[in-house]
Design a protein around this ligand. Structure first.
Ligand code: 8YV
Length: 312
């Protein structure tokens, strides 16, 4: 019998095809209103952008799995899901390299002003002007906020750039030899590049605010590949305008895809449209892992990658 699932965010076409080929009946939550149909849905599927709150779960009495195609699941009310006996899965591991690659790409882009240099050549400015010099990235100090899979992968890449690496997270990691700082502010005060690699959600909301950015200082850069919510965006815009920090490279924002026009007008920023995991290879691997979680669930086997709150 075909299983009925509901997509809770747009999904890439290859994933929609795979779901249809695997015989799932895929409902779209923006269309479905009929309570009879809602009661047939047994699993939800969405990307990291999916919002699954208590209200939605109450409308779906037979859902027992929420399969997120993404490592971040901050849009899912996991406590409400657990109360209803719903398991939440995500796709850790398969996207780590891509996210860390983009983080380093952003470090180089903002530090060496690569997008600005590109514009300089395209505009024909080179003919009459000299592009201003930047500061060296190799050997500079990098601070990683969060030493999970992605933080570690960023640090590993920074080693190859001879960067001096420090980090912060809840507790120092026994197997990590980089310098540990107890607070983000203390870390920010000691680095040239502050890279945010923590999960989103309430516990990290506005973690990077005025005091952190002031500590980072006028020669420091902020890089965010985590979630927009981790940075107090209006404060960031103000410190960028006042040149209280040197610049910011951001892949994530408040209220995506609507990016604050003030931020878009600034010259000391590099902005990318939440593309950290957006390579063909990785997005397909994420989709495959999501499909595997779904298949395991319907075959009554343990799911492959439950979120930490749903483990054990
Ligand atoms: C995308 C991400 O948002 O994995 C995450 O947490 O932020 C990204 O990979 C998305 O989930 C892609 O499907």
């Amino acid at each position: 019998m075909a299983q009925e699932i509901m997509q809770v965010s747009p999904l890439p076409p290859f994933m929609m095809n795979a779901l249809q080929e695997a015989d799932y009946i895929v409902h779209d939550h923006t269309h479905i209103k009929d309570p009879g149909a809602l009661s047939k849905v047994t699993a939800l599927v969405g990307t990291g952008a999916a919002k699954v709150d208590k209200k939605l779960l109450t409308m779906l009495p037979n859902v027992k799995l929420i399969a997120i195609c993404g490592v971040g699941y901050d849009g899912v009310d996991v406590a409400a899901a657990k109360e209803k006996g719903i398991v939440v899965t995500h796709t850790p591991g398969v996207l780590t390299d891509d996210v860390a690659d983009l983080a380093m790409g952003l470090v180089l882009s903002i530090g060496r002003r690569i997008p600005q240099a590109d514009k300089f050549v395209r505009n024909g400015d080179w003919v009459s002007d000299t592009f201003p010099m930047a500061n060296k990235v190799s050997g500079a100090r990098i601070g990683v906020v969060g030493m999970g899979r992605i933080g570690r992968a960023i640090a590993k890449r920074a080693v190859a750039f001879d960067m001096r690496i420090a980090y912060t997270c809840r507790e120092p990691k026994a197997d990590v030899s980089y310098v540990f700082h107890k607070t983000v502010t203390a870390l920010a005060a000691e680095v040239d590049y502050l890279v945010v690699a923590v999960p989103g959600g309430d516990s990290t909301k506005n973690l990077i605010g005025a005091s952190v950015l002031q500590a980072l200082g006028s020669k420091g850069y902020l890089i965010n590949i985590a979630r927009g919510t981790v940075v107090d965006q209006p404060v960031l815009v103000q410190v960028l305008k006042d040149k209280q920090i040197a610049g910011a490279a951001l892949d994530v924002f408040w209220d995506e895809p609507m990016v604050d026009p003030e931020l878009r007008r600034l010259h000391n920023v590099v902005l990318t449209p939440h593309i950290a995991s957006a390579t063909e290879e990785t997005r397909r691997a994420m989709a495959a892992l999501t499909m595997d979680n779904l298949a395991a669930f319907y075959q009554k086997k343990p799911v492959l990658t439950p979120v930490p709150e749903c483990q054990g």
